[in-house]
Design a protein around this ligand. Sequence first.
Ligand SMILES: Cc1ncc(C[n+]2csc(CCOP(=O)(O)OP(=O)(O)O)c2C)c(N)n1
Ligand SMILES: [Mg+2]
Length: 586
Amino acid sequence: MASEKIMRDIPAAVPHAAEHWGSDAIAAMLRALDIPYLALNPGASYRGLHDSIVNYLGNERPQMLLCLHEESAIAMAHGYAKASGKMMGAVVHSNVGLMHASMAIFNAWCDRVPMLILGATGPWDAARRRPWIDWIHTASDQGALVRDYTKWDNQPGSVGAAYEALLRAVQMAQTPPCGPTYINLDAALQESKIDAMPPLPDVSRFARPDPVQPTPDSLRRAAQLLAAARNPGILVGRVSRSLEGWKARVALAEKLQAKVFTDIKTPAAFPTDHPLHAAPPATFPDGRILRECDVILSLDWVDTAGTLKAAWGELPVDAKVIRVSMDAHLHRGWSADYQGLPPADVYLMCEPDVAVPLLLSAVRARPAAVQVRPEPSHDPDNAVSIRALARAFNEATAGMDVCLSKLPLGWHGAYRHFRHPLDYLGADGGGGVGAGPGLTVGAALALNGSGRLVVGIMGDGDFLMGNTALWTATHYKLPCLFLVANNRSFYNDEMHQERVAKERGRPIENKWIGQRIDDPDIDIAMMAGAQGALGIGPVRELAELSPAIERAVAEVKNGAVCVVDVRVMPGYDAPIAGAGASATRR
Ligand SMILES: Cc1ncc(C[n+]2csc(CCOP(=O)(O)OP(=O)(O)O)c2C)c(N)n1
Ligand SMILES: [Mg+2]
């Protein structure tokens, strides 16, 4: 999975100097912590650190990755963490850069990915501030901007304190449940001359802790419930990208003959073409099938309570629930991303990847039951739709290793099977539109040279909000494919207006107003070309679809960054459009 060396902007030789600066020590600490990359957008508040990365470290370990917007920088670090399971850094300018970054930080928080975010403030010592600019770029308690969706933040007052802050931030971000941490580096601290480089601590003594194990008693009770089940079900939520973990989940499901549900919000977690996989991955699983289960094992499923409610309605949940999740360690008052409080007859406070192998050895095998799953229909396509796009894409990539870094809202889980943990990386975490391009470039960074084709399929709204992430992919030569399911609309919200109009007896034909991205029509292929990527399209006819996607796949395999503008008709496939009033409220 290790990514190959990527294109690097190489600094001119720097003459040796005896002097050292606060930010040199901070940069050295970042190298000691093995932060591979810093996705960033520049700013004077961290010009000291910027200089140290370039001229003291030679723009290597960490290497800078320039982004055109702070939201892309964070989304890139987010996509990198999802695809690699490892953490990288991002640097954003004082308060304003952090404000730009904030939605993407919220996405990363909701998605529980580790990330080190560095920021800066004008000199905290007011006597050292430059007129005007240092004042507007200084905020008392800047970390408050993101404190409600980061695990920890700090503004160290000395180089020694910065060492410790970085050690703690890196350790905490990577301790499950993972999440972003934020360190605000005072401009004066960065720019102060230091007598000598303070010795670096031995970072190996500040590693993340060993995984927490469940108690033998809770494990025994969970195994007993599963062994006694008539019809067990497993909700597979936030799990690792490890192939070993994947195989253990398959073995557990087979030993228990349990029905397995996966979530389109979280990455591939179980083979979707396995006979025990009960229904295509969905934002909301099929409540009727879940309702048949008498024992439910929830493996850090994002919304266990809501899912049980969808199945049981207002009735008490009569199935026994085994909850495996450490997520409550992160729950606080500001954001309700903790979801409803699920009942749990046994509650294992550990990671699913720890619990599954233990349960696998603890449970008794249940006799095999024949499962018959209806196959999705194969009616021919007669228009360019997301389904037609999916079919053409599946044909063009048959037999290839693909990583889907993003899927559009109108995607139905039956469109494509997932057979490996890297086949799909899940959604954006926080429902913040505009993440798709950055997530895709981050995944392309993580999987560069792995032979796996990174593909983000995304709505036009998502693409347009974050599209300048493309430039970072072309500049650093990170091949990836963007298939834009372009319905020329923020269509999800047209459906909401239609629903409201119907409820109020008002004309539904007005639903497009304030939603359609038409007149002028945006030339997405040209936006790609403008950033050095290959733009294909607009693809309007069904007959053009497969050739366009085949060409794009071939170009990306040859190293290109490519965008295909696929003009899909507005409208989601029936299974999604009919998913109920709450299904598309985002
Ligand atoms: C930052 C942000 N702004 C607005 C929304 C509300 N919203 C949810 S889905 C959506 C439309 C997205 O458009 P597109 O990506 O083209 O997908 P489509 O709905 O057309 O299928 C919007 C605006 C949001 N979730 N996040
Ligand atoms: Mg759209």
